[in-house]
Design a protein around this ligand. Structure first.
Ligand SMILES: [Mg+2]
Length: 232
């Protein structure tokens, strides 16, 4: 598989192209301002922010359960219901979206090489696409696919095959860049792709029985990979 030239690059969104850690923190501060403005003690605000970050589990948790827990746990002056918080999230979260450091340069480095660009992300279409639009990413991508539209999610092999078909490239010609060992690297490998693991919150998962093709800590390392690999 290593003889194949790269023809397309597929990116994950959350904590790959979008700085989800920042985005979730900004959303949490907004929620505290709007719903818990009676709390003046900044140490308590920090505790709440810390609690929300842990309860959110990097977003790998069903949202309704998360908001139900917040309803029970946070010191509201007037207790909202989980549906109200979920609607608030849908309205405000995407507006806090911020690009990962080096994201635009990484996208440009792919464009300079003539690679097709895809984005494959788990989540509801309206939330994920809202973030994409807010970040101004849509115009740079040939194909954007959310699990909400596909009806299946990463790491189901069929969703990688679906985006490859839309890109018009084979797995061997395509590289996947993402921060989740199973969803972005192992799953993409099942469809024949090479994976570039971006180290963010997750350590590499050695139980997967494979290694990523490349590992990076920052997106600006991608250009060096494109330039240094003989595969181009
Ligand atoms: Mg991710």
């Amino acid at each position: 598989m290593s003889e194949h030239a790269v023809k397309a690059v597929i990116f994950d969104l959350d904590n790959t192209l979008m700085d989800r850690d920042y985005t979730f923190g900004a959303f949490s501060r907004l929620l505290i301002k709007d719903y818990l403005g009676h709390i003046q003690d900044q140490e308590k605000v920090r505790d709440i922010l810390g609690y929300m970050r842990i309860a959110d589990a990097d977003g790998y948790r069903e949202k309704r359960g998360f908001f139900e827990e917040l309803v029970e746990r946070l010191p509201w002056s007037q207790k909202p219901d989980a549906d109200m918080l979920y609607s608030y999230y849908k309205e405000h979260y995407m507006k806090e979206a911020r690009l990962m450091k080096g994201a635009m340069e990484a996208i440009q480095s792919c464009r300079d090489k003539g690679y097709k660009l895809g984005m494959l992300t788990n989540g509801l279409y309206e939330i994920q696409y809202g973030k994409v639009l807010h970040l101004g990413l849509e115009k740079h991508f040939d194909v954007i696919l959310t699990s909400g539209e596909a009806g299946i999610k990463k790491p189901d092999r069929r969703i990688y095959e679906m985006i490859l078909e839309r890109l018009g490239t084979s797995g061997e010609e395509t590289v996947f860049v993402g921060d989740h060992p199973e969803n972005d690297i192992w799953g993409a490998a099942q469809a024949g792709m090479r994976g570039i693991f971006l180290k963010r919150s997750f350590d590499w998962d050695h139980t997967l029985g494979m290694e990523p093709w490349k590992r990076i800590k920052e997106l600006n390392e991608l250009e060096g990979i494109w330039n240094n690999t003989i595969l181009n």
